[in-house]
Design a protein around this ligand. Structure first.
Ligand SMILES: [Zn+2]
Length: 432
């Protein structure tokens, strides 16, 4: 209890430092796409952490998607070993942010502090979480210099575009191997009292129906690919969407609507290409010979990915059976397996206990409808003991006037500091 109080005090004493650090991170506009200022933000963090005794590596994801001389994908990994052997707790944050978009009433890269909130693109997603984890680690190092194991902090690229130039690249090179790292916290904005255990699965595919081009005044001489696709979508409405809605998961996904399987039709296109804006000609009369849709199927941990794909093939075959001349192709684009960390995993129980001690309430357990970098830590790194936990309100992410509350950052930094205490102190200090 004594240690808890000292850790919380050390976090509170760093409030102005936490605010300034968050503001400075927001003021580096690490926009993705295209991937701006990645080196700059990594160097800023490296300088700070080196001064606090961390060993720092700057790693460029050479050859990763979107990596180029103009837009190199830089990552930073910092490690501070303790006085005794033990386990490693790793805090992983992405440093990239999405475009500001329209509708801001403050400078999206100004980092304004107003009424206890820091505003800016990336404030909650997730520079506030990154800053909170740094403050937590620094408060812990000062309070408990004699700890066992190691603390790692990483700032990684491209989470917003799949994480291939960031966590995936590092995981492939052993940075998240279970012999190096035993516990991972990703400080995404899930609210200071919620532990995110994982996410649903994803399958993206493109479906194309084929037809035959002919003059639009004699459509009976051709075969309309758009009408074929219309039949596909009608079949989805009749059979697939009701089936998906009936599949329910035991995963505690929020929002509640995402506790079923879902499918979104991201795009549809058939016939002649859309002309550039300002083009003044009329369209040509042709029967479209191709129509494409892109589907985004989100699946549950209870579903077999092969069955998810077979469902679509079976649907296409039902349509084929009743439409003469119907032919199609399915091209797979992208796939991520669902993942969910056990509630009794050590990182979960440690953070839950810290939430109870700091906030005097029980932790909530949630699962994300969409994926984040945990997918790479799980699949490539083979590390299951991983959660997302951090300050900020998820709904504000990617919105205008995004903000993070200073009080929430302080609370979650306390939770993170107490978690370090739980995982890096307990084992070397037997009960008296
Ligand atoms: Zn994020």
């Amino acid at each position: 209890m004594e240690t808890d109080a000292r850790l919380m005090h050390a976090v509170m004493a760093r409030e102005s430092d936490l605010v300034a650090l968050t503001q400075n991170l927001i003021r580096i506009p690490t926009l993705n796409p295209p991937g701006l200022h990645y080196r700059e933000i990594c160097e800023m963090l490296a300088g700070r952490l080196e001064a606090r005794g961390f060993e720092v590596a700057l790693i460029r994801a050479h050859g990763a998607p979107a990596d180029s001389e103009a837009y190199p994908r830089w990552n930073m990994v910092a490690r501070r070993a303790g006085a005794h052997p033990g386990e490693c707790v790793h805090f992983n944050s992405h440093h990239d942010v999405v475009e500001p978009g329209h509708g801001w009433t403050v400078d999206p890269f100004g980092g304004d502090l107003r009424d206890g909130r820091i505003y800016g693109r990336g404030a909650c997603d997730m520079k506030g979480g990154l800053a909170a984890s740094i403050i937590a680690a620094e408060a812990f190092l000062e309070t408990c210099p004699d700890f066992a194991g190691a603390i790692e902090i990483s700032a990684t690229a491209d989470e917003e575009s799949g994480g291939y130039g960031g966590v995936a690249y590092l995981a492939e090179r052993g940075y998240f191997s279970p012999d190096r790292v035993q516990h991972v916290i990703i400080p995404e904005p899930l609210n200071k009292d919620r532990i995110c255990l994982g996410h649903r699965g994803v399958w993206w595919a493109e479906i194309e129906t084929h037809g035959r081009i002919a003059h639009g005044s004699m459509p009976f001489l051709g075969d309309c690919a758009v009408r074929h696709m219309g039949a596909v979508i009608a079949e989805m409405e009749d059979t697939l969407f009701p089936l998906l809605a009936s599949k329910r998961t035991a995963m505690p996904v929020v929002p509640e609507g995402a506790r079923s399987s879902t499918l979104n039709i991201n795009a549809i296109h058939g016939g002649e290409p859309v002309q550039p804006e300002g083009y003044t000609g009329l369209p040509a009369p042709c029967v479209p010979d191709r129509c494409r849709i892109t589907i985004d199927r989100r699946f549950l941990i209870e579903e077999d990915p092969a069955a998810v794909k077979a469902e679509i093939t079976a649907l296409m075959e039902r349509v084929r059976a009743r439409r003469p001349g119907f032919s199609y192709e399915i091209r797979e684009l992208f796939e991520v397996q669902p993942t969910m960390t056990d509630r009794d995993a050590p990182i979960v129980t440690s953070v839950a206990s810290a939430i109870e001690r700091v906030l005097a309430r029980q932790a909530d357990y949630v699962v994300s409808p969409g994926t984040y970098d945990q997918k790479h830590i799980d699949r490539i790194g083979r590390l299951k003991n991983c959660i997302a936990y951090g300050p900020g309100i998820l709904d504000l992410a990617h919105q205008p006037d995004e903000w993070v509350g200073v009080h929430d950052m302080l609370d979650s930094a306390k939770v993170m500091a107490l978690t370090l205490g739980e995982l890096l102190l307990a084992k070397q200090q037997p009960e008296a």
